[in-house]
Design a protein around this ligand. Structure first.
Ligand code: NAD
Length: 478
């Protein structure tokens, strides 16, 4: 039997309903899954007081105990993989197999950061006799975090893991479209014995929540995964109270396909990977720049594979791509495709909404898209691939770097001289060669340029959540 959890806020260790709620809808069927309570100012004030109290408890809990609780919660999530995956597919639409992988990836984020909690070493600075100078790490304070709907569990997991491993408390506003992933995480922490107030979960009107929480003196970090425009807005709010930000914003990943590569393998890999999560991935390979000598063959193989992508309800066997996660993606994607076509791009497959129930969009391939088309600058965040030719490596690099984004970039080549230049000159935070994977829990993930600031994961992942204090102890008064 498919399960979907009861939807609640979680404040100071209590599950809560409020007088205002909103429907949560299955994007494949448009059926209502449940009603999500919305927090107003009174609930946000309670969440803030709870997080302030939770911070005092948690910062004074030993790293070993913090790590143990995080690991216990992660193991509960692993045990509930099937239940959580079903909730994700119901509210987000992705194929169940991809939702199962997401649950494991979410647990891995917790496991990695639980280990890092034990390794937040300071250092001792060589100093004169009678003086002891040392560098200490302290948790920064209450974290206000905002997670998006494209990965309902693993996106909240990244923010909660970083905060809790560092000794911070957190108020998370998860995406209103996909609340169940975060609710399952909170349940696991409740059962693992996390003290009340350390982790609080709210939903509501995003602008009201950010405008209330960000200026509060006890909130010392604002962490967002979302669009560049929302990131700029929240960074502006944070600057008013000199609050640190961790911003994981959009991407518009280039893929440079060089003439020496295995064209068939590269094309199939690109077509399959582009459609994963219905293209709603900030590292999704989107702008394919292909050497002109292999362009026609690459396009033909890519289009052949993209066109047979099995689209449908993520609960059905064999489905490779579900719907977009919410109704507003369809007009955005349609407008981007229409604009590109009006400017001379060719639609090689897809290009429009798929069916009339659910928020499905056809797997779409555009070729020869002019630089002036909006889609060359705006992240489509949907199942749309752009394939354009390049003449030489200078041209490929210039085209790859021609957007304000710099999150992920990829190339297919075995030439050492190409790899050397591409890895150095493509302006991104994550660059992968002969694979369209961009990150793991143990690698630092984040962007350059308008793709954001700070890193999640890797040994760098806790840096945003800590402050550094230099302590100078002189044995005698001097
Ligand atoms: P959005 O930026 O409006 O929303 C992203 C998240 O931010 C959501 O959870 C939303 O509730 C929250 N948000 C929005 N306005 C806010 C505010 N004023 N204060 C606090 N939180 C706020 O994006 P969207 O319409 O949901 O998606 C559109 C675009 O967002 C996509 O095209 C893509 O570029 C980007 N996006 C990126 C990621 C990513 O992984 N980097 C994930 C989802 C969406």
């Amino acid at each position: 039997m498919r399960t979907y959890p009861d939807l609640n806020l979680f404040i100071d260790g209590q599950w809560r309903k409020t007088s205002k709620d909103m429907p949560v809808v299955n994007p494949a069927t448009e059926e209502e899954l449940g009603r999500l309570p919305h927090a107003g100012i009174p609930e946000l004030e309670e969440a803030l007081r709870a997080a302030e109290k939770g911070f005092e408890i948690w910062r004074n809990t030993s790293p070993r105990n913090r790590s143990d609780i995080i690991l216990k919660a992660a193991s509960i999530m692993r045990e509930r993989q099937e239940e959580i995956a079903q909730s994700i597919t119901a509210e987000h639409g992705k194929p169940l197999a991809q939702a199962r992988l997401e649950v494991i990836r979410g647990a891995e984020f917790f496991e990695w950061d639980a280990g890092e909690a034990m390794r937040m070493y300071g250092r001792v600075i060589p100093s004169a006799s009678g003086h002891n100078i040392s560098v200490h790490h302290h948790p920064i304070g209450v974290v206000a975090a905002f997670s998006p709907w494209n990965f309902p569990m693993s996106q909240p997991a990244r923010k909660i893991a970083g905060a809790l491993a560092s000794g911070c408390s957190i108020i998370l506003k998860a995406a209103e479209e996909t609340p169940a992933g975060a609710i399952h995480i909170v349940r696991a922490f409740e059962e693992a014995g996390l003290p009340a107030g350390v982790l609080n979960l709210v939903f509501g009107t995003p602008s009201q929540i950010s405008e209330f929480l960000i200026p509060q003196p006890s909130v010392r970090l604002v962490a967002l995964t979302g669009s560049t425009s929302v990131g700029r807005h929240l960074t502006g709010l944070a600057s008013q109270s000199d609050t640190r930000v961790l911003m994981e914003l959009g991407g518009h990943a280039p893929v440079i396909v060089c003439e020496d590569t295995d064209v068939e393998k590269a094309a199939i890999s690109g077509a399959v990977r582009k459609m994963r999560n219905c293209g709603q991935v900030c590292t999704s390979p989107t702008r394919f720049f292909v050497h002109e000598s292999i362009f026609d063959e690459f396009v033909s193989r890519f289009v052949k594979r993209a066109a047979v992508t099995v689209v449908g309800n993520g609960f059905e066997d064999g489905v490779e791509m579900g719907p977009t996660a919410n109704a507003r993606r369809i007009p955005v994607l349609t407008e981007l495709v229409d604009d590109a076509v009006a400017q001379g791009a060719e639609v090689r497959t897809g290009g429009a909404r798929h069916g009339d129930i659910g928020y499905f969009f056809q797997p779409t391939v555009l070729t020869n898209v002019p630089k002036t088309a909006k889609i060359m600058q705006e992240e489509p965040f949907g199942p749309v691939a752009i394939i354009n030719p390049f003449k030489d490596l200078d041209d490929a690099i210039a085209q790859a770097n021609s957007t304000p984004y710099g999150l992920a970039g990829y190339c297919f080549t075995n030439r050492a001289d190409y790899i050397e230049r591409l890895a150095n000159e493509v302006e991104v935070g994550n660059f992968s060669i002969n694979t369209l994977e961009a990150s793991l829990p143990e690698t630092p993930f984040g962007g350059v340029k308008s793709s954001g600031y700070g890193r999640e994961g890797g040994t760098e992942g806790l840096e945003s959540y800590i402050t550094i204090k230099n302590v100078w102890h002189s044995a005698n008064i001097v």
